[in-house]
Write a protein that binds this ligand. Structure first.
Ligand code: FMN
Length: 173
């Protein structure tokens, strides 16, 4: 699959089959994070792979109770950063940018092998730390449920027009 096709096919999946994800597929997604670029090549990402269904349920109940669909997934990547929380010279936090790139790599790698994902930012960090014994100084950045989608068809993308988000040569919005 071409990268552009993976980007076009990817959608947020909020309904999963109970079927588990094969180990080689888990490894393939992890490889996508592993090879992602990062500021100063610091690779601050740390990923906890959770496959135990009762642990996934506990995380959902404790950290993201309003998004129960996550408890259906057989696989949850808890994407963290071990970081000094420094900003880059441009003012943006380095770890947040690096983690975003890595998680996006993971989502696209998942699409290529027939899996669905949904980036979860709407969660509380502390319960996740407590349940997974994650040290206090670590940032829990995103939850990424992964599984076989109930509906694997592509979805229409609801996006602004290109003209609304791009201009040329000078700011012209
Ligand atoms: C940083 C970020 C945080 C998100 N948090 C959530 C979330 O907590 N729950 C959820 O269901 N979707 C979440 N999403 C998914 C977005 O709602 C989704 O990407 C957007 O509506 C576009 O739809 P699509 O992913 O199907 O193209 C998040 C996406 C991003 C990039």
């Amino acid at each position: 699959m071409h990268v552009q096709d993976a980007m076009k096919t990817r959608k947020s999946v909020r309904s999963y089959q109970s079927r588990s994800v094969e180990k080689d597929k888990v490894d393939r997604i992890l490889e996508a994070a592993h090879i992602a670029p990062s500021a100063m090549n610091l690779q601050e990402w740390r990923i906890v792979v959770v496959t135990d269904s009762s642990t996934i349920r506990k995380i959902v109940e404790g950290a993201v109770p309003s998004q129960k669909f996550i408890a259906e997934t057989p696989l949850l990547f808890v994407c963290c950063a071990e970081t000094d929380k420094a900003n880059m010279k441009c003012g943006h936090p380095r770890y947040a940018v690096d983690l975003s790139i890595a998680v996006d790599h993971m989502m696209l790698a998942a699409v290529e092998i027939g899996l669905g994902t949904c980036w979860i930012g709407g969660f509380t960090q502390q319960p996740v730390k407590d349940i997974l014994n994650i040290p206090e100084e670590i940032e829990v950045f995103a939850l990424l449920p992964v599984g076989y989608p109930d509906d694997p068809s592509a979805a229409a993308k609801r996006r602004k027009s290109i003209d609304e988000i791009v201009c040329y040569d000078t700011w012209n919005f």
